[in-house]
Design a protein around this ligand. Structure first.
Ligand code: SF4
Length: 228
């Protein structure tokens, strides 16, 4: 692990491996010890990363996975995980574009005995000028001002409400980053925001060798050769 600790970029990573040999722990099929994260690591190093709470979360995630394997939707798994963990008050951090979905999610959670708190992304009505967005950069430059998404505020509201678990529902890229950073409760993602793919972002990967080949050169095509 020394290379990784030193911050060097490896040319061969688990994403390039494809053997999945770490799951059955079949050393004979694993790549060499200088590239395989399993073979180059002391298992105790990994175990030491887990606090007692982390182990409880991992335990109930694993039990949820096996109990509903290939039968439960992610929504059902989310509720089962929360139930197993004893999380009673659930916070929903949602995008106003998914307000109807948030309303239905809150109802489903309540139908299943959970308490619900929710915060919309535009809560607080802070103008985008606060973060330096100019009028020309607004989604609608013809408007005098636009309201910024406020993921730190959402996280603060849900944390202050004593939520045991927060669910991200359709937050934008980067806004989800801030939500997770600022939320004191554990966070899980029901779905990310993808306005093109029906909030199913992985569809872009499934299409990347056919209708969406453009993703392979997206940065160059969009920002120029230097990616600027
Ligand atoms: S840990 Fe080793 S076997 Fe597992 S995916 Fe990474 S390189 Fe492959």
């Amino acid at each position: 692990m020394e290379d990784i600790k030193n911050g060097s970029t490896r040319k061969f990573t688990c994403a390039d491996c494809g053997t999945k040999a770490c799951e059955p722990a079949d050393v004979s099929k694993m790549p060499s010890a200088d590239v395989c994260l399993t073979r180059m690591s002391d298992p105790e190093q990994f175990k030491a990363l887990y606090s007692d709470e982390d182990k409880e979360i991992a335990l109930n995630a694993a039990r949820t996975e096996s109990q509903g394997y290939c039968r439960w939707t992610r929504l059902e798994e989310t509720m089962a995980f929360a139930y197993r963990m004893g999380y009673h008050r659930i916070g929903i951090g949602f995008c106003v574009g998914l307000s109807e979905e948030a309303r239905k999610l809150a109802q489903i959670l309540r139908d299943n005995g959970f308490e619900v708190e929710a915060a919309a992304c535009k809560c607080g009505s802070v103008p985008k000028s606060f973060i330096g967005i100019t009028r020309e950069e607004q989604l609608h430059p013809d408007r005098d001002f636009e309201i910024m998404c406020n993921p730190a505020g959402q996280a603060e509201v849900l944390s202050a409400a004593g939520c045991d678990l927060c669910i991200i529902l359709g937050l934008c890229v980067g806004h989800d980053t801030l939500f997770i950073r600022h939320c004191s409760a554990p966070v899980t993602v029901l779905t990310g925001k993808d306005r093109v793919m029906g909030h199913n972002p992985i569809a872009a990967i499934y299409q990347s060798d056919s209708y969406l080949k453009r993703v392979h050169s997206f940065i160059r095509d969009t920002f120029g050769e230097k990616g600027q």
